[in-house]
Design a protein around this ligand. Structure first.
Ligand code: 5CA
Length: 449
């Protein structure tokens, strides 16, 4: 993409409405614009990141055996009356009347709708287990939307729902999602820690939040230091195999959010120098709630002995749009964002230091074509601007690699390759630079791991 033809409105100064770094950087780097409180438009660069995150989430859900569908954002009030949640959900739910005075709502979550779909479609126990998911916008009229996309009113969520015949089977579904979340966040360059959590308005008695440690996180969390170092499962994971050793490794040591925290237990179970008390960002939340929705909504299947059995359910959320902010909180420096390669909006920023100069134009155009032919996505700064401004802009938007083409280098047959994360710079021949970047394109983690 040539920057001269792109839409990348950068801001030089920190916008005053932004409190935390990720929000400031998302506005400054032209990723989003606020439309009204807690509601954002995604500009082209931000949308590329959001799509990459979605893709990783989708790949890991599919790998775990979940099936994608798409439910609408607008739901009828009746199904929420059936579950008993219409009244209790409170002011966070955006309630609307259509032209026929019927009560509809903008979905804050989808337990009711998916239960209705499943109830009306599945009649026999042999059609279980099923895990269904979608990636869809939600609306919650949060009392205090803040921190940009981290606590929005409209936000993108991946929500999965599991349907099982027995509690034991439902626990296996829960475990599959648990393990797939460890992999999902890891692929985005994030270290997530599952923590025992309250289930709130979703309900149920087993629940884990997946937390990214960050000073600006909204939750206070407590855990054993070993969990911070624990390695998530690799790509060879067999979801049909026994996942219990992985679950045990991640749940046998103390980890709790503030609502579930038990100070006496923390003190007795964890040695003082192993105690981590920190702030964190909740990027995922999983729930087992058994028959909380299937019972009142009559979601039953014929069991093996012919009798009707109420289905056991769980739900599993990931904050897809929140993740964009969380990744920036975890990966930035004074100059701007540092995207992990797997979610970077482009792989390479190509900088023509002297646009309009016949030699730098020729070499830059040529490298631009060759990089794309090698399968890399490139943002090519071909604008007529000061080199200093170009360097500031490319650092701010945080692409993993910068390839800098200047008149002096060209005379020596060289370009400069800069790695954004480390700041390391290397002068290389044109071919060597291309070769180095082509290797990075093939590195694991960039595509489906
Ligand atoms: N139905 C369940 C699971 S599918 C559910 O709604 N869970 S939740 O309420 O915990 O939300 C799932 C995830 O969405 C959270 O872990 C969080 O990452 C994200 N999320 C929740 N509220 C917001 C918000 N206001 N802004 C941005 N992301 C949010």
């Amino acid at each position: 993409m040539r920057l001269s033809r792109y839409f990348l409105p950068l801001l030089r100064d920190d916008p005053k409405e932004a409190e935390i770094l990720s929000h400031k950087l998302m506005l400054r780097a032209g990723l989003v614009r606020q439309s009204s409180a807690g509601i954002y438009s995604w500009l082209p660069l931000g949308l590329r990141v959001l799509s990459k995150i979605e893709r990783i989430v989708r790949e890991e859900q599919d790998r775990a055996g979940a099936l994608e569908l798409l439910m609408p954002t607008i739901q009828p009030a009746e199904i929420w009356r059936e579950s008993g949640r219409y009244e209790v959900y409170g002011k966070e739910m955006l309630r609307i009347k259509d032209r026929h005075e019927r009560d509809i709502l903008y979905g804050p979550t989808n337990e009711e709708l998916i239960t209705q779909i499943f109830r009306d479609s599945v009649k026999f126990y042999k059609e279980l287990t099923r895990i269904l998911y979608h990636i869809q916008w939600k609306f919650r009229d949060e009392i205090r939307p803040r921190f940009g996309v981290m606590r929005g009113r409209e936000f993108l969520m991946k929500d999965s729902y599991s349907f099982d015949l027995t509690v034991e089977d439902a626990r296996l579904s829960y475990n599959k999602m648990f393990v797939s979340y460890l992999r999902t966040f890891n692929r985005m360059g994030l270290k997530s820690i599952p923590m025992a959590a309250e289930s709130g308005p979703i309900g149920g008695d087993m629940s884990h939040e997946f937390i990214i440690l960050a000073d600006t996180g909204e939750s206070e969390v407590f855990c054993h230091r070993d969990l911070v170092k624990l390695e998530p499962p690799g790509a060879d994971l067999d979801y049909e195999g026994d996942l219990s050793p992985i679950i045990r490794a991640w749940t046998s040591k103390y980890a709790a959010t503030s609502e579930k925290h038990d100070a006496a237990r923390f003190a007795s179970e964890v040695l003082e120098n192993h105690r981590v008390t920190a702030r964190g960002i909740e990027v995922g939340h999983i729930f087992f709630f058994g028959t909380k929705y299937s019972e009142p909504m009559g979601c039953k299947v014929q069991g093996p002995d012919g009798g009707l059995v109420t289905v056991q359910m769980g739900s599993y959320g990931i904050g897809v749009s929140r993740l964009v902010g969380a990744i920036i909180e975890a990966s930035h420096d004074d100059a701007g964002i540092i995207w992990p390669a797997a979610v970077a909006p482009f792989d390479v920023g190509l900088i023509n230091v002297k646009s309009g100069d016949a030699d730098t134009d020729k070499v830059s155009d040529d490298l631009y074509a060759k990089l794309q032919a090698a399968g890399l996505s490139v943002l090519y700064d071909d604008r007529d601007d000061r080199p200093g401004a170009k360097f500031v802009a490319i650092d701010l938007i945080g692409l993993p690699w910068q390839l800098i083409v200047g008149p002096k280098g060209i005379k020596a047959g060289e370009v400069e390759l800069k790695e954004r994360a480390t700041g390391a710079r290397h002068s290389l021949s044109f071919d060597a630079a291309l070769h180095r970047l082509a290797i990075s394109a093939a590195e694991p983690g960039r595509e489906a791991a």
